[in-house]
Unconditional design. Structure first.
Length: 270
């Protein structure tokens, strides 16, 4: 009996998992399905048929969106620009805060007694909704864009610091050890060994958060934190769905433009 060999260049079959290896995967998927079934009632998914039974209300809303009213387009554009400016400043302040916090939260940069409390503080910051932070600053500085900027800055700093720390922990240790071998101090290791490796990824994260903040700033406007969200809220409360449709179109155009600009910048850096 001669042994059969696969022809040259043939792709070998994928490795087969044993039953013991499949059990953890089956458990994970089983738990996921169970969670979906348990959450069906609390999430009120049984109300989905109302989307079709209340079709008259949906049609009225749809007519407003199909026939947008751009009479006050200058106001919408100026408020959208204010929203973008809020996102720019909120993201910029968050980056300034997230860089040192991200480094301090990295296990390969700082000892555990510094890294651990920094990470727990970032967890707390990320757990507080932007609307709550915005309300706090509304009480402190009054209604207006500044409250929105500070809410975005604090919320985004927690997210970016976590992302920055994870990127830092995955760097190649070679350049850092090379700087150390030349007698460089800890600061030199970070500046010359760490930052050049993580800068492109950090930039990509920051640009993504700027895109997200452009949308979040709109939501903050609903509580009086300035920007186009406030105008959107007023149009919805007055049932001026044609104006609401025009505002939504302005928001969509702005967000698409920001996304295209971010992609172009990322393409140049990565």
């Amino acid at each position: 009996m001669t042994a059969t060999t696969s022809p040259a260049g043939a792709v070998p079959p994928p490795p087969q998992k044993t039953l013991a290896q499949k059990v953890p995967d089956l458990l994970i998927w089983g738990v996921l399905v169970a969670l979906l079934l348990i959450a069906f009632g609390p999430a009120e998914l049984y109300k989905l048929p109302l989307l079709f039974s209340n079709s008259s209300n949906m049609q009225e809303l749809g007519r407003g969106f199909v026939t947008p009213d751009f009479t006050n387009w200058q106001l919408y554009v100026s408020k959208m620009w204010q929203t973008i400016q809020m996102a720019i400043w909120g993201t910029f302040l968050a980056i300034l805060t997230a860089i040192p916090l991200g480094l301090l939260a990295s296990r390969n940069i700082t000892p555990w007694f510094i890294q651990w409390p920094i990470r727990r503080a970032l967890d707390i910051v990320r757990s507080i909704p932007d609307l709550v932070i915005g309300m706090i600053f509304l009480v402190a500085v009054g209604p207006g864009p500044l409250a929105g900027v500070m809410a975005l800055a604090i919320g985004t700093s927690g997210v970016l610091a976590k992302l920055f720390s994870e990127a830092t922990e995955s760097i190649d240790r070679g350049p850092v050890e090379g700087v150390r071998a030349t007698g460089g101090a800890k600061l030199h290791e970070i500046v010359w060994g760490v930052i050049p490796q993580v800068a492109p990824l950090w930039t990509s994260y920051a640009l993504y958060r700027f895109e997200s903040n452009s949308r979040s700033a709109t939501v903050l406007g609903l509580i009086g934190a300035g920007g186009i969200g406030q105008v959107l809220y007023e149009s919805m409360n007055s049932f001026s769905y044609s104006e609401t449709g025009a505002i939504v179109i302005v928001i969509i155009v702005a967000v698409v433009g920001i996304d295209m600009l971010s992609q172009a910048i990322r393409g140049r850096l990565l």
